[in-house]
Design a protein around this ligand. Structure first.
Ligand SMILES: Nc1nc2c(c(=O)[nH]1)N[C@H]1C(S)=C(S)[C@@H](COP(=O)(O)OP(=O)(O)OC[C@H]3O[C@@H](n4cnc5c(=O)[nH]c(N)nc54)[C@H](O)[C@@H]3O)O[C@H]1N2
Ligand SMILES: Nc1nc2c(c(=O)[nH]1)N[C@H]1C(S)=C(S)[C@@H](COP(=O)(O)OP(=O)(O)OC[C@H]3O[C@@H](n4cnc5c(=O)[nH]c(N)nc54)[C@H](O)[C@@H]3O)O[C@H]1N2
Ligand SMILES: [Mo]
Length: 689
């Protein structure tokens, strides 16, 4: 490969996708620097994005397919060829398919990295298998789906417009670079003079900068959102013209929010009522204002109504589709997602989904991971016996990790495609070593509602034994007797995706980013894409499907005396969920799992900075290192999520259960619409020593 500089984009080390410049020497990466000329990120970047060389050349990387050669989870493997690996994969799935039907198969992926998630869905749909497990029920779908039923589009904070106020709700974009919204965009917007309101139990860097910081009790976002609506509607601060012309159900909403008085909300959320009122007024009276919401609002069993109340806030303040408000993004012209996933080949899919069996929203494209775990364990409504895992580490990321382990152990066949031997891969029958971004041609952000796609060209060769997900799925599809529905090679997939844009893959790489058209206030011509053509504050769709037509918030329960602290978490700044703890340049900033406790909690319990402690909930116990902080208030504690220890190679499961936050979460009660378990706001205690 030639020596020189190449331009590419980061491949979702978080959600960002920042522009990078890569220098290669002798066919290897020499250095990676941010690209100041990138039209999307303008030089914004993070440490993770710059660690590519270390990731590609890491000694812990898997470089050949491995077949289990001992009891499950024993760490005994036999290297095999790709031909043997694909044969085993195709045979195991075909055997179950013919013996027990497509419902006995399942696939799993976490946060999508590129088109591979949609190719996985394609394979499943062509096999008429409804089980593609995902994390969407705790990641984006509550926000996306509740927005779709309410206003017909996913409203993205427009930090590029003339925003006068940003309401940052359970979101920390300087660390997580949420979906098309980079921390850099937020900084620029604040520099232009926008006011900032932050709703977060933790004093983040952004909370420190905020005009108003509402240090909310974790898990009470539904109550606070209803409180904001109460203030805005009772004080007449809503956009009267918009509400009258473009909404239905306003009077019902007014009734629904009336009981959520500032006194009641203040008591439940642990925020002063004056602050609640001031924040609601500031948001409603600054025009335009945008609401940037984060993952925290969709981590309780009331996730749907929490998200819906936040969409109502954007709507009644007249900020939907306004420049500088919350806008509708449009993708550039590319292959329609429904064609990529071959949706029309599986018309009875909605009825076959476990989602249907559990009576949740009939529109989700993936199955909440815990439902697949339950089906494996209880063989109901049908037994799942074969699982293919791509780009997810359920042993760390699914709630109730002990159940996940039991389920994976009981399968007839488990195959895992990953870059290192994760605790999930360690339980597999077959482990497939993947090629990483920069080692194959790829398209970033395809299929996601961000309004753009990024070029991620191949820059260096992968290790000889590694293959991209696109290659694996395409070859596997052909071996499942579906040759006419797959492509000659991965390059043809990319060209097919890009064909409607008129660009070839090479031309796309020259451009770097393709943006969709930016349009505002389109509803004035076409109405909103809801049954009534208006914003449905009272949702006819949810009502039709048997759910509540209006949002309801719950008052939090008192903390039990045996678990007097309240546990929450956030995404790790230096890692992506459970991944990348094997990269020294990242690990050195964050060498071990930490649980943050307030000074008051520490004093009460006699905890010192840096002391190892146990964090216990009703579901179990883990150990992390205590960090005493002024950034939290008693009795809130914030534990690290996603921890296992890739360096513990003497343990086949790599210390998967000692510090893993999901050892102490449980599925239990879930949101009736979205199937979200209680991920944050869990009663806990801390035991020193
Ligand atoms: N560095 C990094 N970036 C990532 C990821 C990663 O793993 N690492 N993951 C990506 C993915 S898949 C996602 S979904 C996004 C998520 O990114 P974000 O939406 O930013 O979500 P989190 O970091 O989980 O939490 C955001 C904030 O919520 C606060 N918080 C905790 N509990 C509560 C609560 O009950 N209420 C409120 N209002 N706030 C609360 C936390 O203190 C934190 O500051 O990040 C993406 N980007
Ligand atoms: N307690 C708790 N649980 C949570 C959350 C939380 O905040 N708290 N957050 C939830 C959220 S928002 C999400 S999105 C999920 C995420 O859940 P997961 O997606 O399961 O999380 P990751 O740890 O990122 O797992 C991804 C795996 O894919 C591998 N990988 C990376 N790139 C590729 C690739 O290109 N191909 C393949 N085949 N593998 C690749 C990585 O090495 C890693 O092992 O977790 C959810 N679980
Ligand atoms: Mo996520």
């Amino acid at each position: 490969m030639a020596q020189g500089w190449f331009r590419t984009h980061c491949a979702r080390f978080d959600h960002g996708g920042c522009g990078l410049k890569v220098f290669t020497k002798n066919g290897r990466i020499d250095k990676v620097v941010p690209d100041p000329d990138d039209p999307f990120s303008h030089g914004w970047h993070c440490r993770k994005g710059l660690s590519a060389k270390e990731r590609l050349e890491n000694p812990l990387r898997l470089t050949q397919p491995l077949r289990r050669n001992g009891p499950r989870g024993s760490g005994l493997w036999e290297p095999i060829s790709w031909n043997e690996a694909l044969d085993q994969l195709a045979q195991a799935f075909s055997k179950a398919l013919h013996a027990r039907g497509p419902e006995s198969l399942a696939f799993a992926q976490g946060a999508p990295k590129g088109p591979e998630f949609f190719l996985l869905l394609r394979l499943a749909n062509l096999l008429r298998c409804p089980n593609v497990a995902g994390s969407q029920h705790v990641c984006h779908m509550p926000r996306e789906q509740m927005a779709l039923v309410t206003c017909g589009f996913f409203p993205v904070a427009d930090l590029h417009g003339p925003s006068r106020c940003v309401l940052l709700w359970g979101s920390n974009p300087t660390a997580t670079n949420e979906e098309g919204v980079l921390g850099g965009h937020l900084h620029a917007c604040l520099k232009e003079g926008a006011r900032l309101v932050v709703v977060d139990p933790l004093k983040t860097g952004l909370a420190e900068k905020a005009d108003l910081w509402l240090q909310i009790r974790p898990g009470t976002d539904d109550l606070l959102a209803m409180g904001f609506l109460h203030v805005i509607l009772e004080e007449g601060l809503y956009d009267h013209g918009f509400v009258e012309q473009w909404t239905v159900g306003f009077d019902d909403l007014r009734q629904a929010v009336r009981p959520y008085t500032p006194d009641r909300v203040a008591a439940g959320c642990w925020v002063d009522k004056e602050k609640i009122t001031a924040a609601a007024r500031l948001y409603a009276q600054s025009r335009p204002a945008c609401l940037q919401w984060g993952n925290a609002v969709e981590h309780t069993p009331n996730s749907a109504d929490t998200c819906r109340a936040l969409v109502h806030l954007m709507a009644v303040t007249g900020n939907l589709e306004e420049p500088g408000g919350n806008v509708r993004t449009e993708m550039p012209r590319l292959m329609a997602l429904k064609d990529m996933i071959a949706l029309d080949d599986f018309p009875d899919r909605p009825k076959k989904l476990l989602n249907h069996h559990h009576g949740i929203l009939p529109r989700l494209i993936s199955v909440p991971g815990w439902m697949v775990v339950e089906s494996i364990l209880h063989q109901a409504p049908y037994p799942i016996r074969c699982l293919y895992v791509q780009g997810t580490n359920p042993m760390l990321s699914y709630s109730e990790a002990p159940s996940v382990k039991r389920a994976l152990e009981s399968l007839d066949f488990l195959a895992v495609a990953d870059q290192v031997m994760t605790p999930t891969a360690a339980l597999a029958d077959l482990v497939l070593p993947i090629a990483l971004p920069m080692e194959y041609d790829d398209i970033g952000h395809y299929g996601l509602p961000h309004g753009f796609v990024t070029a991620r060209p191949k820059i260096v060769d992968p290790p000889e034994g590694c293959r991209s997900d696109l290659w694996i799925l395409n070859e596997w599809g052909k071996r499942m007797g579906l040759a006419e529905r797959f492509w000659d090679g991965p390059q043809d997939i990319l060209e097919a995706i890009l064909a409607p844009s008129g660009f070839t893959y090479r031309e796309f790489c020259e451009k770097g980013v393709l943006f969709g058209p930016k349009r505002f206030r389109t509803y004035r011509d076409k109405g909103f894409k809801t049954p009534s053509g208006k914003v449905e504050l009272r949702s006819s769709l949810l009502e039709k499907w048997g759910f509540r037509a209006l949002p309801v918030a719950e008052d939090p329960l008192a903390l039990p005396s045996d678990f007097p602290l309240l546990l929450t978490s956030r995404k790790p700044k230096d890692f992506f969920h459970s991944a990348y703890r094997h990269l020294d340049s990242l690990r050195k900033n964050h060498p071990e799992p930490r649980v943050w406790v307030s000074r008051e909690t520490a004093t009460q319990l006699g905890i010192r900075e840096g002391q190892d402690v146990a964090v216990e909930t009703a579901h179990g116990r883990i150990r992390q290192r205590a960090h005493v902080t002024e950034a939290l208030r008693h009795p809130v504690v914030l534990a690290d999520y996603g921890w296992w220890f890739p360096e513990k190679t003497e343990d086949p499961l790599r210390g998967w259960d000692t510090a893993n936050l999901n050892m102490i979460t449980a599925v239990g009660r879930t949101d009736p619409v979205m199937a979200t378990p209680q991920v944050r706001a869990i009663p806990c205690r801390i035991v020193p020593g």
